[in-house]
Design a protein around this ligand. Structure first.
Ligand code: BDR
Ligand code: CA
Length: 307
């Protein structure tokens, strides 16, 4: 079993990634760290606790609050209300959770677990890279203790989604992403290059009606919201992208994708291309970039696990 820490900014596809991970026997979820991004850190923490409730997940999975602002404090990306709803979960109105957040800071939790399980922890980071970067700054030795960081973020061969140049998670904290990319830690990048191909369609969501549980109602609410939001931006797409679930999928079964080692840099200068991820040179390859995907195999695996 793979020991994982999920680092989230819970949002709709983060919720789907949490559900996919919790439902996957290959993964041992040691904890879920939260940060700002789609919503504030406080809302991401609240949403994560509520999602664990509706999943009826193990009470022992800790939720550890982390970064509230980008590492440099230079710019703050707006909340993604249009894509994820006012509450970040498609205005689904989940009940208040009685679970409580863990008293640690996310970065300390990451450091503690890396020391406890040297060479065995995979961090699946599906929000801005701030918690990972703070952990590296606080204890640089962890870069030799991590097994891998799998990042949902970036767009190396395709345009961005928040600006023509940048993907949302990288744009929210480019300095943090740069610290992680430059850290010598093994990094896998699951970017828009592949995630924009992984579509969840209305027909997939409608099949859950028959299940008729609080959980399937929740899934339908958030996915319909998300599909509608995508439709506003691109009616031709026919669904919503499974960004964050794909990062989990790549850890469960790396053969869903083909990875290409590349030297990837992040543009940290203010200006139009802030947060752009691009190939810097043909040497010093620092990131395994997912560039090809077996879409059908991944989407059916996800659908079979999620409900
Ligand atoms: C990423 O940004 C967020 O809106 C999603 O949760 C995902 O992590 C996609 O660019
Ligand atoms: Ca996310």
């Amino acid at each position: 079993m793979e020991h994982i820490i999920l680092d989230v900014d819970t949002g709709i596809d983060d919720a789907l990634a949490i559900a996919y991970a919790v439902h996957s026997p290959e993964l041992n979820v040691l904890g879920i760290t939260t940060g700002f991004g789609n919503v504030s850190q406080k809302e991401a923490t609240r949403n994560t606790l509520q999602v664990l409730d509706v999943l009826d997940a193990d009470q022992n999975i800790p939720v550890i609050p982390g970064a509230t602002t980008p590492i440099s404090g230079r710019h703050i990306k707006e909340k993604s209300t249009r894509i994820h709803g006012e509450d970040g979960l498609g205005n689904s109105g989940l009940p208040f959770s009685k679970r409580t957040p863990h008293p640690y800071e996310a970065a300390d939790f990451i450091i503690e677990k890396m020391e406890e399980y040297p060479g065995q922890i995979t961090v699946i980071a599906v929000g801005p890279q701030t918690n990972m970067a703070l952990a590296i700054q606080k204890k640089p030795e962890i870069v030799h203790l991590a097994k891998r960081v799998v990042i949902m973020g970036g767009a190396v061969t395709v345009p961005g989604n928040v600006t023509p140049y940048a993907e949302a998670n990288i744009y929210a904290d480019p300095d943090a992403a740069s610290i992680v990319f430059e850290s010598c830690m093994p990094v896998t990048l699951v970017g828009l290059d592949v995630t924009m191909q992984t579509l969840l369609r209305v027909e997939d969501v409608q099949k859950w009606t028959a299940v008729n549980s609080d959980y399937s109602d929740f899934l339908q609410t958030i996915c319909h919201y998300y599909i509608n939001a995508y439709h506003q931006f691109d009616p031709a797409l026919g669904g919503c992208a499974l960004h964050d679930p794909l990062a989990v999928g790549v850890v469960i079964d790396p053969s869903f994708v083909k990875m290409t080692p590349m030297h990837v840099g992040v543009n940290i200068e203010r200006g139009d291309s802030l947060g752009n991820t691009h190939e810097v040179s043909k040497n010093n390859k620092n990131v395994e970039v997912c560039l090809d995907i077996d879409v059908d195999r991944f989407v059916s695996h996800f659908l079979n696990r999620i409900v």
